[in-house]
Design a protein around this ligand. Structure first.
Ligand code: ZN
Ligand code: ZN
Length: 238
C-alpha cells in the first residue's frame, strides 16, 4: 500500500470513505439521505471530519448518525462535538453505552507482555473522549438503516460492547477493533479486555461472505476480505 497522508479523506467504494487523522481513522458512509460515520477518531478530530466532508461535497449538517464500535477514546473522541452539528443520532452497543455517556469508567485492557510497551506509548498522548449522549443502544442482530441495511454484530472481547457492522448488499464489513490490519496481515485486534472472547468474535466475523473489510486500525482489505479473514483465523493456534 502507498504511504498514508497524515490527514485526509480517501474514497474506498462508491459510498464509503476513510477519514485519516494522524495514526487514527474513521469511516464515512454516504447514502442519498445523509451520512453515517463509523467511529470519529480522537477528541480533536471534528475539524478533520468537517474538512473531509467538504472535500467530498458534503457538509457537517449532512451527518445523520454516528455509530461507535466501542468506547475507546480513539473512536469516541469527537462524537460529542459531531452530535452538536445537527440532527445526529449516536449509536452504540448497550454494554459500552454507559461508559460512552461517562456514567461509569471503562475498564483498561488486559495487556499481554508484548502489548504493554506499545500501549503506554499509544495511550500517553490520547486525550480522553468527552462524554456523549447515546441516542440509540443496539444489540446483536439489530439492523440500521444504512447502506440498505447494516447488521449489528456483537463482537465482545476487545470491549464488552464492541460491535461490527455488516452491509450484505455491499459485501462490506466494518470490524471496529475486533480485527486489525498490520503489515499486510489481517490480525486479531490488540489491547483486549478478554482475548479469548475476542478470538471467538473474530471467528464469527470470518464466517461472513464479504469482499471488503475495514478495520479500526490498519489498511482496509478492498477485495477477498472474507477469504483473508478465514485464512487468518486458520493460521491462529488458539
Ligand atoms: Zn479499541
Ligand atoms: Zn482503536
Amino acid at each position: 500500500m502507498g504511504t498514508l497522508a497524515a490527514v485526509g479523506v480517501e474514497q474506498l467504494t462508491g459510498n464509503l470513505y476513510r477519514v485519516l487523522h494522524g495514526r487514527f481513522q474513521a469511516y464515512l458512509w454516504h447514502d442519498d439521505d445523509g451520512v453515517t460515520l463509523v467511529d470519529t477518531g480522537p477528541a480533536d478530530s471534528g475539524a478533520e471530519i468537517a474538512v473531509a466532508l467538504d472535500e467530498i461535497g458534503l457538509a457537517p449538517t449532512d451527518v445523520r448518525r454516528v455509530v461507535l464500535t466501542h468506547f475507546h477514546d480513539d473512536h469516541v473522541g469527537a462524537a460529542a462535538e459531531i452530535r452538536e452539528w445537527g440532527d445526529v443520532e449516536v449509536v452504540a452497543h448497550a454494554a459500552d453505552a454507559p461508559i460512552i455517556r461517562g456514567e461509569i469508567p471503562g475498564r483498561p485492557p488486559n495487556l499481554t507482555d508484548n502489548e504493554r510497551a506499545i500501549y503506554a506509548q499509544v495511550a500517553a498522548d490520547l486525550p480522553p473522549a468527552p462524554p456523549v449522549k447515546v441516542d440509540c443502544e443496539v444489540a446483536d442482530g439489530d439492523v440500521l438503516d444504512v447502506g440498505g441495511g447494516a447488521h449489528v454484530i456483537a463482537v465482545p472481547g476487545h470491549t464488552d460492547g464492541s460491535i461490527a457492522l455488516h452491509l450484505p448488499a455491499h459485501r462490506l464489513l466494518l470490524t471496529g477493533d475486533a480485527v486489525a490490519e498490520y503489515l499486510g496481515r489481517i490480525v486479531l485486534g490488540v489491547f483486549n479486555l478478554d482475548a479469548q472472547r475476542a478470538v471467538e468474535s473474530m471467528r464469527r466475523l470470518a464466517e461472513l461472505d464479504v469482499d471488503i473489510a475495514c478495520f479500526g486500525h490498519g489498511e482496509p482489505a478492498l477485495n477477498g476480505a472474507g477469504e483473508r479473514l478465514r485464512q487468518s483465523v486458520l493460521e491462529r493456534d488458539d
